[in-house]
Design a protein. Structure first.
Lengths: 177, 177
DNA sequence: GGTAATTGTTAAGCATGCTTGACATTCCTT
DNA sequence: AAGGAATGTCAAGCATGCTTAACAATTACC
């Protein structure tokens, strides 16, 4: 049972924290709009205090992910931009998969994607990309299968997905999977 | 941007904590083996101190998920067993999807599944179950599509999935998805 | 029944990540 | 250049979840 003890703790041993990832994502979003944010901009964007932003940003500097210029403007380093690319890609890939392929409601898909974006391996992210590309392709088998799958889902449309329904589905999973 | 500030914080607002979920899973695993664990058994199973187990188990009792009998034996309440069913189902569903459908290496699939088991919505879990069932079925479109998809993956076999490869895949996702 | 080992609990400490309030610094405006 | 507002930082506090060490309660065994 030794492996069990080491596996479940891996949850806390990720490249980056959920919180830290969103600081980086926020800075990247500003940069994409052509803006160089200050700490207060990130704080407002994330809905946290200036003090918290100050502390977290110092930590991100020490990790070499963020730089502050003479005008107190925040910039991602190369390493920081890489983290953002990996996290943002995974979020988008998961979101699209859940919403477009699985038919999960958009809000739920976005929320689930946000929660797991920094936890999934690159291997899983890459595999999901391949699956989405395949299912979006003109390949006849892909189109047919997608069509047939959507029909199996039709009996449980989004409107009907109450907690009871999904709970029942999940509780049954042990035996039915 | 107000929605952004509220969305990312939802990470910390789950039904249950990763840590707490594994206490419950550990108790459930003992019960399945016909054993009634004590706190020390859970502590050893999870690789944490007795003190930590004592504190967390008290919290779980207060949440009505665990009960302790007169002989200090731990039992899941109905609510606790429900949490375990939901979390364990999602973990298994994600693991099978990653490993069997996407072709992710078993260790990576198990680790990713463990990390997200308590974060995904029931809706996503239920949808994944439907997809797995469909793809495992004898439906010709499903078999064909699965076959064709596996071939697209063949160019990037597990052995070749170095960080460079998966990073490249993910970094390209923004434009290629 | 008594000793010894095991088990449970408490206390203090550490790390993360947030809070508020006070203070320092910077910048804008006049 | 001076005043006032905006911004950054520090300190103290709270919550979670872990640690170790000390102590208490239980169980096991002779």
């Amino acid at each position: 049972m030794e492996s069990f003890a080491t596996t479940w703790r891996a949850f806390a041993a990720n490249e980056i924290t959920h919180s830290a990832a969103h600081y980086l994502l926020a800075i990247a979003a500003f940069n994409r709009k052509g803006a160089d944010p200050r700490a207060v901009d990130v704080a407002r964007e994330l809905g946290i205090s200036r003090a918290a932003a100050s502390l977290q940003l110092r930590s991100l500097q020490e990790q070499g992910l963020v730089e502050v210029d003479t005008r107190q403007r925040l910039h991602l380093t190369r390493a920081g931009a890489d983290v953002v690319a990996r996290v943002a890609s995974k979020r988008e890939v998961v979101r699209v998969f859940l919403e477009e392929i699985l038919g999960v409601r958009p809000e739920a898909a976005a929320l689930d994607a946000c929660k797991v974006e920094h936890l999934l391996s690159e291997e899983t992210g890459a595999a999901l990309i391949r699956l989405i590309r395949f299912l979006r392709s003109q390949h006849p088998a892909a189109r047919e299968a997608l069509q047939a799958f959507k029909e199996t889902t039709a009996s449980c449309p989004p409107e009907a997905r109450c907690d009871l329904c999904t709970n029942t589905c999940l509780l049954a999973a042990g035996s039915l999977l």
